[in-house]
Design a protein around this ligand. Structure first.
Ligand SMILES: [Ca+2]
Length: 249
């Protein structure tokens, strides 16, 4: 009987030690789990979020902010008339909302004094369509953007219609003829653009019905920046509104 009692006590003692060990293990596992949660939370709040790249005009001349080597000239795209083709802003030396000049690739319009005061050898054109911004580099020397646009004279570029379409993306559409591109592109009709390309279904530039550009007109479509196309364009009728960015360097 004594032996039985002793054996029972030994078992009881072993059982108690095992119980303590299990409890300790469970506490350690709980603490480890808490620690893991803490580490995950720290990563969430402290690691820098990935920044969507401008992609490109060589990453907008290497950095998306104003610098001595690069200047924002213009941001435009609202439906108001601030930057439609016939706006006085294009032919005056007056800034428009300069406080919006260095706020990044947002939807705040601006025309900065760099428009008439900064000489350059290249222009970076950008258009944001449905949240995607595409860029088109244009090698062009000038005393200023104003010098290319302000007097209303047409000045040709030779990028080609496919290059202009890349600004809009896969939905881009233009009529097949005319293809007058550059600064102050216009025919005798109401479709015209300060920087961009106009096109026509007839074999001349008299009555264009489509354009891709900045500072557009065709008031019934209220499209000051983007792609408007009608009358047998190559990819369907469009009235795609973009937000435009123009940088010079
Ligand atoms: Ca026409």
């Amino acid at each position: 009987m004594k032996l039985c009692a002793l054996i029972f006590l030994v078992y009881l003692a072993i059982g108690a030690v095992a119980g303590k060990k299990n409890k300790l293990c469970s506490q350690i596992l709980d603490k480890l789990s808490d620690l893991e949660d803490l580490i995950n939370k720290k990563q969430d709040c402290c690691e820098p979020k990935p920044v969507a790249p401008p992609s490109s005009c060589k990453e907008i001349y290497d950095k998306d902010s104003a610098s001595p080597n690069k200047a924002y000239d213009l941001k435009l795209g609202d439906e108001d008339d601030t930057f439609n083709f016939d706006s006085k802003a294009w032919s005056s030396m007056s800034p428009v909302s300069p406080e919006n000049g260095d706020t990044g690739l947002d939807d705040l319009e601006t025309l900065l004094p760099t428009y008439w005061s900064t000489s350059f050898s290249k222009i970076c054109l950008g258009m944001k369509v449905d949240g995607v911004t595409r860029f088109l580099p244009l090698h062009q020397k000038a005393d200023s953007l104003y010098a290319l646009i302000g007097d209303g004279q047409y000045r040709a570029t030779s990028l080609g219609r496919d290059a202009w379409k890349k600004l809009i993306g896969p939905s881009a559409s233009l009529q097949r003829n005319c293809n007058r591109e550059g600064f102050n592109s216009r025919g005798s009709g109401s479709v015209k653009t300060r920087i961009g390309i106009i096109a026509n279904q007839e074999g001349d530039c008299r009555t264009p019905d489509s354009f891709i550009g900045f500072g557009g007109a065709e008031l019934s479509f209220k499209n000051v920046c983007g792609n408007r196309a009608a009358y047998f364009p190559d990819h369907g009728n469009k009235n795609t509104k973009a937000f435009g960015y123009i940088f010079v360097q």
